[in-house]
Design a protein around this ligand. Structure first.
Ligand code: V47
Ligand code: SF4
Length: 380
């Protein structure tokens, strides 16, 4: 799998563990962050990715609904939210407006709607249950992946229901799975400094554990590349690995690169591409019980997302159709994120992988191995 003649005994021991399919320790992980070359971790991560998924790279046909960017919280890294009191350029969508967005996709082969936004004090549990019901009544086959643990924590506390009661209520209304947002960095030392007032690590983990027990799959994210140290990233991933050992309910881990435009952490420089690729590779190596690793292209940019496909990533999210503003507002080069399936397929084929359209829970819808490349000016 990897030539181990000219490397340190520590790296050789890690490579041997990974080749044997064994788990690496937190100390191994720190050693990789601090001492391994990009080529070394890339080669290990790629071998794991190929063991799990061969040449396949997954994507889906999805769009987002962001009900509001008004938010009662004030995460320092957020470029998107507008304070409840000062909401000049904030938006608040009604159920009818959101249903109208869903109707724009009538007759189109979209499989997922991803709903996530700010935490608006007037959008409560009943409002969101009504939204889910309205979408399902109109389009029962559309998978609804909705609301982060931050939104759940707020709406359940406000409605005075337990996490289990709240989730059951929303499952009844049409909820199919939970996205990975709001995790940021679990360690209290960092969480206090970047998002002190929203749900803490225990609360985030409890919501996902309860969801898994109720049969709802979910994703997990990590916001990296700001004031955290490698130890904090490892701590974060350890919590996730331990929960996954108990529930097997996570589908995908999504490292999210901190973007620094127009937020209260604009003085913090962004990470380099090398550091980004190392993050993906090490996540693939450490999180041995996560089936998938996703590069979210609207945040990373399409060329860097393409690069991650050599560093352990097997999923690049979906078509998006210019329906999310979180990353364009934070400075991503993708100011109007939208990719046709042809563009996604070409992007994957250009790095000699096999594009596979999936649904939200990774059932394969179409394998593009036999299809012909079409020109894609955006990438040339
Ligand atoms: O939790 C906000 C992040 C997340 C910034 O589950 C920022 O499939 C970087 O979780 N720089 C929400 N990141 C988005 C999210 C997500 C995205 C795509 C797919 C899935 C999935 C989940 O966005 C927040 C926060 O970590 N975020 N601001 C910023 N300036
Ligand atoms: Fe609100 Fe989410 Fe932004 Fe935090 S990251 S301020 S919870 S919208």
């Amino acid at each position: 799998m990897i030539t181990t003649t000219d490397i340190s005994p520590e790296l050789k021991a890690i490579a041997d563990k990974v080749s044997a399919g064994h788990r690496i320790s937190d100390e191994d992980c720190l050693y990789l962050f601090e001492h391994a070359s990009l080529g070394f971790v890339g080669s290990l991560a790629n071998a794991i990715k190929e063991r799990l998924h061969g040449d396949k790279v997954f994507f889906n046909r999805n769009f987002h609904i962001e009900p509001t960017n008004v938010c009662v919280f004030s995460c320092n890294f957020c470029s998107y939210s507008r304070l409840y009191a000062k909401r000049e350029d904030g938006w608040e969508l009604s159920i009818d407006q959101m249903l109208h967005m869903v109707k724009q996709y009538d007759g189109k082969p979209i499989t997922e709607v991803h709903i996530v936004g700010g935490v608006h004090p007037k959008m409560d549990l009943q409002f969101f249950a009504d939204l889910l019901k309205a979408i399902k009544a109109h389009r029962p086959d559309l998978h609804i992946k909705a609301f982060t643990a931050v939104e759940y924590d707020y709406m359940f506390r406000k409605a005075k229901v337990s996490v289990e009661e709240g989730l059951k209520f929303l499952i009844e209304a049409g909820l199919d799975s939970i996205p990975g947002g709001g995790a940021e960095i679990f360690h209290p030392e960092i969480r206090e400094k970047i998002c002190a007032d929203k749900v803490d690590a225990d609360g985030w983990l409890l919501i996902h554990e309860t969801a898994h027990k109720l049969g709802l799959p979910s994703n997990a994210t990590m916001l990296y590349g700001h004031i955290e140290k490698f130890e904090h990233r490892i701590d974060h991933m350890r919590w996730l690995r331990e929960l996954q050992d108990r529930t097997k309910g996570f589908n995908t881990f999504i490292p999210l690169k901190f973007r620094n435009k127009d937020n209260d952490m604009s003085n913090v420089p962004e990470t380099s591409v090398v550091e980004d690729m190392k993050m993906y590779a090490i996540a693939r190596i450490y999180l041995d019980n996560f089936p998938h690793l996703k590069a979210y292209w609207p945040m990373l940019g399409r060329q860097n997302a393409q690069l991650t496909l050599s560093f352990g990533v097997d999923d690049i999210d979906g078509t998006i159709d210019d329906t999310t503003k979180i990353y364009s507002m934070a400075g991503s080069e993708e100011q109007n994120p939208a990719m046709s399936t042809t563009e996604l397929v070409n992007l994957i084929k250009q790095v000699k992988r096999v594009p596979v359209e999936r649904d939200t829970v990774y059932n394969e819808i179409k394998n593009y191995s036999g299809t012909v490349n079409e020109p894609n000016p955006a990438l040339n």
